[in-house]
Design a protein around this ligand. Structure first.
Ligand code: SF4
Length: 381
């Protein structure tokens, strides 16, 4: 068999290229039809039942040691954060008993002195929990490393996968400008490198997240180079209006969407990243910037819920209104009574939203496959 394969590869290169192309095409279309079937079944099950949320976003505090250009959280710095007993009470509601993944962020979560106790409560109260995604700005190196060791060991005991992401929006001065504070880059870099080099001690998966604004797009190559040099996973997104971050009044100043020059640079960047990685996430962002329309799916459309640091509930943290406070009314009733509003949110807001860009929605998946095959065919020649 090997002999024949070699014979075809070397003596008939055109045939060999065609075979590779067709194999790739078959593989991509199998993936597409599998995904279509799964989504169809999900749609039916959603029609029959009001599904409980599976994804929880939990910004644990309003407090942060920085004042990022794309964030207005400092306006809320004096607000009281939710107490550990209150969160335990909220999570006891049956609405949360299907939650599989929790996004833990803030503000800066490591400002919360007993962060590890909150994680223990999440594990205790959420019977189906499988994933925790923790996002930090990486500045309080010693505290972050100490707490992560405890959190990781707690997750390991309960078979929960812990992903840690550090926000890294530039190198040196660019990062400082993005964070609104000087001389912070070295600490953040130190946190990243220490975690990366001792990953097993601190988490299961590690990476940095780079949020693109007018202030860092010009130097974006530097971050990419830094990540490659240090062998750190990197994911890019674009800064957007975010209800949870109270940043509407800063939009004009930070968003690449408000200026054609910055927008064009960002389109080029995501097109380049898509061609380099084949990532659905980058294809989504490239198409979003090009057509001003979302083609990505979003976990929060049907499966998400957010608990804000004061106990307020919303569907997603980006565009959803507050549907009530879970300390004053049962969370399941708030959720049920606002299902109609969630439908309106999806109809009116999702198309313009660039946030949570994961997989390509099924009605645009064929276009994504065609782009992939075109690039693959070109590379084969
Ligand atoms: S508005 Fe954005 S974040 Fe919210 S559900 Fe829609 S797509 Fe998701």
């Amino acid at each position: 068999m090997k002999k024949y394969i070699k014979y075809i590869m070397f003596d008939y290169p055109y045939v060999s290229l065609k075979i590779r192309y067709i194999t790739k095409k078959i593989f991509l279309y199998i993936k597409y039809y599998k995904r279509r079937t799964r989504e169809f079944l999900l749609k039916i099950s959603r029609k029959l039942y009001i599904n409980k949320p599976k994804v929880l976003q939990f910004p644990i505090t309003y407090k942060c040691n920085f004042d990022c250009v794309m964030c207005g959280m400092q306006k809320m710095a004096k607000e009281k954060d939710i107490d550990i007993h209150d969160i335990e009470e909220i999570l006891s509601n049956k609405l949360f008993n299907q939650i599989r993944s929790v996004g833990l962020n803030g503000g800066e979560p490591f400002i919360v002195q007993n962060l590890e106790d909150y994680v223990k409560i999440l594990i205790k109260k959420l019977p189906k929990l499988k994933y925790i995604y923790l996002i930090t700005n990486g500045y309080l190196t010693d505290r972050i490393l100490t707490k992560l060791r405890i959190i990781k060991s707690e997750c390991k005991k309960h078979n929960i996968r812990l992903t840690v992401s550090v926000s890294l929006d530039g190198i040196g001065k660019t990062h400082d400008i993005m964070r609104g504070r000087s001389n912070i880059f070295n600490n953040v870099e130190n946190t990243c490198i220490t975690i990366k080099n001792n990953q097993k001690e601190f988490c299961d998966d590690f990476g940095v997240i780079c949020t693109i604004t007018k202030h860092n797009i010009i130097n974006i190559n530097e971050v990419d180079y830094w990540a490659t040099k240090n062998n750190v996973n990197i994911a890019y997104n674009i800064a957007t209006i975010h209800k949870r971050l109270f940043n509407e009044d800063r939009y004009e100043d930070f968003s690449v969407l408000t200026d054609d020059y910055y927008k064009l640079l960002t389109i080029e960047w995501f097109y380049y990243k898509f061609k380099q990685t084949n990532s659905e996430q980058y294809y989504n962002l490239y198409r979003y910037l090009l057509d001003n329309k979302r083609i990505a799916k979003c976990d929060y459309q049907n499966d998400g819920i957010t608990i804000l640091p004061n106990g307020d509930l919303s569907f997603c943290a980006t565009q959803s209104k507050i549907i009530g406070n879970a300390l004053s009314e049962p969370a399941n009733l708030l959720f049920k009574n606002n299902i109609l509003y969630r439908k309106q949110l999806m109809e009116n807001k999702c198309a313009e939203c660039s946030h949570y860009s994961g997989t390509v929605s099924i009605n645009k998946y064929e276009e994504y496959i065609r782009e992939l095959l075109q690039a693959y065919n070109y590379r084969l020649r």
